[in-house]
Design a protein around this ligand. Structure first.
Ligand SMILES: [Zn+2]
Length: 300
C-alpha cells in the first residue's frame, strides 16, 4: 500500500519535472531562437562574403604574378635585360602591425591573413609596375640600348694569353686571403689596345688605388664598366666614347702580378659577371669553347 503510494508520488513528480523541462525548451525556443538564428545567419553571410573577398585577392595576385612572369621570361630576355631587384619587396612583414589591428577571437587569424595577402599583393603590384616601366623604356630605346650595352671583349681576343682570373671568390694573388674578385683578368702583352665595350661617357680616367691606371665608363641604362692596371690612358672624364674605340693600353700598374687588363661590368651598382656579356660578341660554339676552357667540368 505504502509503496504504491510512493510510486504514485514519484510518478507525479516525474511528470511535473518532464512538463517543466518541455515548457522550458518551448519558452526558450520561442523567445531566444529567432534572435540566435538571425545572428547565426548573419555570421554565415559574413563568412561567405569574406570567402569571396579572399578569392578576389587571390585572383588579383595570380594576375599580377602572370604579368611578372611574362616580363621576366619574355620581355626582358628579348631586350637582353637583367631581372629587376628591389630588396624592399622581400622584407619581412611586421607582425606587431597586424596584432594591433586584429583583436577578434574567432576571426582574428583570418583577418590577419587577409591583411597579409593584401600587403603581398600591393608589393607585387609595385614590383610589376616598376619592372614594366623599365621594360617599356628599354623597348622604346632598343636601338640606343643595343649600342651602349657592354657587349664586346675589351681587348682583341687574338692578343689574349689567358684568362688569368675569373669573376667570383678567390684567394687574392697579392694579399693571400679570400675575397671577391669583382671582374675578370685578361692577361695580354703590355701595349695591347683596350676597347670601350659599348658607347659611353667617361666618368673617371686616372689613378685609382689598387687599380693603377684606371677608367670607369657610364653606359647609361644602369651599366658601368671599369678597366684597371693599364699602362696608358687616351681619354679623360667627360669624353664620349664609342664601342670598339681604343681608350687605353694594357699595363701592369697598381696591385698587379703581371701584365693584364682587369675588367668589370656593373649593373645598377652591383657587380655582374662580364663573361655573361661576351656571348653577344661570339657565336655559340666559340662561347661554349671558352666556357669549357675556363671550367673543364662543363665539357664532360
Ligand atoms: Zn682583377
Amino acid at each position: 500500500m505504502r509503496s504504491s503510494k510512493l510510486v504514485r508520488i514519484a510518478t507525479k513528480l516525474g511528470i511535473s519535472l518532464l512538463i517543466a523541462v518541455v515548457l522550458n525548451i518551448l519558452i526558450t525556443s520561442i523567445t531566444e531562437s529567432p534572435k540566435m538564428s538571425k545572428m547565426l545567419e548573419e555570421r554565415h553571410q559574413l563568412e561567405d562574403k569574406f570567402l569571396v573577398l579572399e578569392q578576389k585577392i587571390a585572383s588579383a595576385q595570380r594576375t599580377v604574378d602572370e604579368i611578372i612572369v611574362r616580363d621576366h621570361q619574355i620581355y626582358r630576355p628579348l631586350l637582353d635585360i637583367d631581372t629587376l631587384y628591389i630588396p624592399e619587396i622581400y622584407a619581412e612583414y611586421n607582425d606587431s602591425k597586424y596584432a594591433s589591428l586584429i583583436s577578434d577571437e574567432i576571426y582574428g587569424d583570418k583577418i590577419k591573413q587577409a591583411w597579409l595577402d593584401i600587403d603581398q599583393l600591393t608589393r607585387s603590384m609595385y614590383y610589376a609596375s616598376r619592372s614594366l616601366d623599365d621594360t617599356q623604356l628599354l623597348a622604346e630605346n632598343k636601338e640606343e640600348y643595343t649600342l651602349v650595352i657592354p657587349a664586346i671583349w675589351p681587348i682583341d681576343r687574338t692578343k689574349l694569353r689567358k684568362i688569368s682570373s675569373l669573376y667570383g671568390w678567390r684567394v687574392h694573388p697579392r694579399y693571400g686571403y679570400r675575397r671577391m674578385h669583382e671582374g675578370i683578368d685578361l692577361a695580354a702583352p703590355i701595349g695591347t689596345d683596350v676597347y670601350a665595350t659599348g658607347d659611353a661617357v667617361v666618368v673617371k680616367a686616372g689613378w685609382q688605388a689598387g687599380y693603377g691606371k684606371y677608367i670607369e665608363l657610364n653606359h647609361g641604362f644602369g651599366y658601368r664598366t671599369r678597366y684597371g692596371h693599364m699602362s696608358e690612358i687616351y681619354v679623360k672624364a667627360g669624353d664620349s666614347v664609342r664601342r670598339g674605340q681604343t681608350i687605353a693600353k694594357v699595363g701592369n700598374t697598381g696591385v698587379s702580378t703581371g701584365p693584364h687588363l682587369h675588367y668589370e661590368v656593373r649593373f645598377r651598382g652591383d657587380h655582374v659577371n662580364p663573361i655573361n656579356y661576351f656571348n653577344k660578341d661570339m657565336d655559340t660554339t666559340a662561347y661554349r669553347d671558352l666556357m669549357n676552357q675556363i671550367n673543364p667540368d662543363n665539357s664532360k
